[in-house]
Design a protein around this ligand. Structure first.
Ligand code: ADP
Ligand code: MG
Length: 420
């Protein structure tokens, strides 16, 4: 069938029950179905999965989807299977499968039943898997979380570096790369490493006009300042991020003593406690979660009203991800970060044990956080510029939603200063 003859709106409704595409989805899908290499940069929650799932479902052959996390792959496979009466429509191929299971996956692919095959990059280093994929019709290859290919991303995975060679072995198929990391450096790295400089690029805006950005100097009164802030937002849900597990526990305790319902969340707690605390937050049995960055992956609470960073994050990408959990419903979302140079030095010290190349990248990313904290310009403009996006700080959406714009700092011109 000619791809032009397929009514993708009808297919969207049929498979997913949605009546409209979100953002750039339609353009992305059209590009991929024209067999063009395609590159998608969309914020988290933007609807990237559908950009490859729908074309996979409606085209001949099997789409190979590379994804870094087994849990994410399993979720997606379950979701796709629920759309169909055939379990074989989607599979995961990884080393945890038994021989019988692997044989079933291969049978389903060969018979044309399987439309989506999720693979971890490690599985693609196995020669027998590559040889098998070479022997069956592949519609395209999707690389989800494509920033994992870049050392400048927040989640570098060396196995992603082999993907280009493997895709070439599989055959001459279109490739779609997808990421929520918008920095120009990471994007360049992705295109270079996947050898896709010819890719058609689609980039959604990263502006979140309903989020208010604020930075406060961190003093020894930071805890009472946080308590006051939470009391001003009584009955609202919020997240407080801290760097260490110890700090998470300490802040959660201080809040409780002061009559604020709060639970800690970090990787040092057992899985049962973590799940319980997460549920308590989602069910609104507590107002506040105090957490390390372990909290948040896949948390979809629409009405988080504030995200406080007790300690500064290690990069602006992390900051954007973490603050992005506020105001998902489009309502108010206050993003408050406490900044002290001592914390910067602490982070630098953490990094000093790492390999030199990693250290250099870590320092450079941290310097951007420092510049953000110390800037007197529109914070939104600063953030968006970092993500390669021009923002008009007078007329842009959400232009007045930060401390610097609301209360401009009086600039001290050096030449006007009186030297005594
Ligand atoms: P991303 O990978 O970009 O973070 P997802 O692919 O996980 O985002 O999608 C985020 C959410 O958006 C999901 O709940 C998905 O069902 C929903 N979604 C995707 N496309 C549409 C659409 N066209 N209409 C309505 N909801 C959509
Ligand atoms: Mg995704």
């Amino acid at each position: 069938m000619n791809s032009n003859e397929i009514d993708i709106h009808k297919e969207l409704k049929k498979y997913f029950g949605f009546s409209q595409f979100k953002g750039l989805q339609e353009q992305v899908i059209t590009s991929l179905m024209k067999k063009q290499n395609t590159f998608v940069i969309m914020p988290t929650g933007g609807g990237k999965s559908l950009c490859y799932q729908l074309p996979a479902l409606i085209q001949e052959g099997t789409a190979v989807v590379v994804s870094p996390l087994i849990a994410l792959m399993k979720n997606q496979v379950d979701a796709i299977r629920s759309l169909s009466s055939e379990n074989g429509i989607a599979h995961v191929l990884n080393s945890s499968l038994t021989k019988t299971e692997t044989a079933q996956v291969k049978t389903d692919i060969t018979s044309g039943l399987t439309k989506l095959l999720y693979v971890a990059p490690e599985s693609l280093t196995k020669e027998e898997n590559v040889a098998f994929l070479k022997s069956v019709p592949i519609s395209f290859v999707a690389i989800d979380e494509a920033h994992c290919i870049s050392e400048w991303g927040h989640d570098f995975r060396p196995e992603y570096r082999n993907l280009k060679n493997i895709i070439k072995q599989i055959g001459d198929v279109p490739v779609i790369g997808l990421t929520a990391t918008a920095t120009p450096k990471v994007q360049e790295d992705i295109l270079k490493n996947l050898d896709m400089s010819n890719a058609v690029t689609f980039k959604a805006s990263f502006n979140r006009p309903n989020l208010f950005y604020e930075v406060r100097t961190k003093t020894k009164n930071v805890e009472s300042d946080i308590i006051r802030f939470i009391r001003q937002h009584k009955g609202k849900s919020g997240v407080i991020y801290c760097l260490s597990r110890k700090k998470v526990e300490a802040i959660a305790e201080v809040l409780k003593v002061n009559g604020i319902s709060a639970v800690p969340y970090h990787a040092g707690l057992d899985a049962k406690t973590r799940a319980k605390h997460q549920d308590m937050f989602l069910m609104e049995d507590v107002e506040v979660v105090v957490a390390t960055i372990a909290f948040g992956m896949g948390i979809d609470k629409p009405d988080v009203r504030f995200v406080i960073h007790h300690d500064i994050p290690k990069s602006l990408e992390s900051y954007y991800q973490e603050t992005g959990r506020a105001g998902r419903d489009g309502g108010e979302g206050h993003c408050l970060a406490y900044y002290s140079y001592k914390d910067v030095e602490k982070l630098e010290k953490f990094m000093s044990g790492k390999p030199v190349a990693e250290q250099e990248i870590g320092f450079a990313l941290l310097q951007e956080v420092v510049a953000y904290a110390e800037t007197s310009m529109s914070r939104r403009k600063f953030l968006l510029h970092y993500f390669g996006e021009e923002f008009d700080s007078e007329t842009g959406e959400g232009a007045d939603m930060d401390d610097n714009v609301r209360n401009p700092k009086t600039k001290v011109e050096a030449k006007n200063e009186v030297v005594k």
